[in-house]
Design a protein around this ligand. Structure first.
Ligand code: DAH
Length: 343
């Protein structure tokens, strides 16, 4: 019995060494056959059982079976180690066709709103305006008070939007106009800026409204800025954005931060101004504008006796919808690739 125990441990020790030395799948396989195969060393030991006494046999058989599973474990561990270092199972040369085309990478593109914003900024850049940006979280002071919209002003109703909890002085901006204030506080006149950015309103979402949309604000301030400058710049813009055949008209309107104020229409780009289903009467409203209110200039310590300015604001989605005949604002925000890839 002592002899067979010694033999078992010898075989095990040799197996440990040989499995450790196996450097690839095929040498591992030959080690496996040498120990666990039909004519392997474990089988040889089984063959010696017959030489033992009947009392010794069961215990020796159990030890040999035990050896068999220890060696099988050595094999499995080594096999896993070789597989891992080879980076998993290697494809055979027949299954790897290097001439197959790869998985195509879909090219992204600029979102239509970002594209329109860039286009509009570029048009105004040609007239000496530079693009500036402001925060979407704004002070109530900049968003309302400095723009001549005091707390009791009725036009605040449609603009009172998303407030920050416990901070009644902070709001998601309801228009890009507060950036006028920031820009004027940051520099002395003359100044010509455009401001693209997101704005927020307490509006229910439908085909023409959203709680979030994009605007471009404009502001020009100097010593001799007049309404003629306003009309010239915005007329140029109308032609550059919608087409050279487009004409513009200005209708009196009201905005708290401008005086006088106007809304600008462009002649309908679909019927040429004759009147159609899109425009009704031949005109399409595109933006609000006016001469900067003296109270706004005072709020930033510009002397209204010395400086005048004009300002304007437009919705980017709206302009884009007109130009591309898009009938639902929500399409811009749904991220449907079939819609977005048309631009
Ligand atoms: N802030 C206005 C709005 O969101 C748009 C606007 C109108 C901006 C006239 C202006 C302006 O600068 O002069 O409805």
């Amino acid at each position: 019995m002592g002899d067979i125990k010694t033999s078992i441990e010898k075989v095990h020790a040799a197996a440990v060494d040989e499995f450790a030395a196996a450097g690839d799948e095929s040498s591992l396989e030959s080690v496996r056959v040498r120990y666990l195969g039909r004519k392997g060393r474990v089988r040889d030991l089984m063959g010696t059982l017959g030489t033992l006494s009947p009392e010794e046999r069961p215990e020796a058989g159990r030890l040999i079976n035990d050896l068999k599973s220890r060696i099988a474990r050595l094999h499995d561990e080594k096999s896993a180690a070789l597989g891992a270092s080879a980076g998993g199972e290697k494809p055979s040369p027949e299954t790897l066709d290097v001439t197959l085309p790869g998985t195509p990478v879909r090219l992204g593109r600029i979102h239509p709103i970002a594209r329109a914003a860039r286009e509009i900024v570029r048009i105004f850049a040609g007239m000496g305006f530079s693009a500036v940006y402001g925060p979407e979280v704004e002070t109530v002071h900049n968003n309302f008070e400095c723009l001549n919209m005091p707390l009791d002003h009725p036009s605040r109703d449609a603009f009172e939007t998303f407030f920050v909890r416990d901070r009644s002085d902070v709001v998601l901006r309801s228009h890009t106009s507060p950036v006028q204030i920031r820009a004027m506080l940051a520099s002395k006149p003359p100044l010509r800026i455009v401001v693209p950015g997101r704005t927020y309103r307490p509006d229910t979402v439908d085909a023409t409204h959203s709680f979030m949309f994009d605007q471009i604000e404009g502001l020009a301030v100097g010593t001799d800025v007049t309404m003629a400058d306003l009309k010239f710049c915005l007329n140029e813009f109308g032609k550059a954005y919608f087409g050279p055949e487009v004409t513009t008209r200005f209708r009196p309107h009201f905005f708290p931060f401008t005086e006088p104020s106007a809304e600008m229409d462009v002649s309908c780009i679909f019927c040429g101004g004759k009147g159609c289903r899109v425009c009704g009467n031949g005109w399409i409203e595109v933006l609000g504008c006016g001469m900067v209110h003296p109270n706004v200039l005072r709020a930033v310590n510009y002397d209204p006796e010395e400086y005048t300015g004009f300002a304007f604001g437009m919705g980017i989605e709206r302009l884009s919808m007109i130009k591309h005949q898009i009938n639902d604002l929500r399409l811009f925000f749904e991220n449907d690739i079939r819609f977005l890839s048309q631009f």
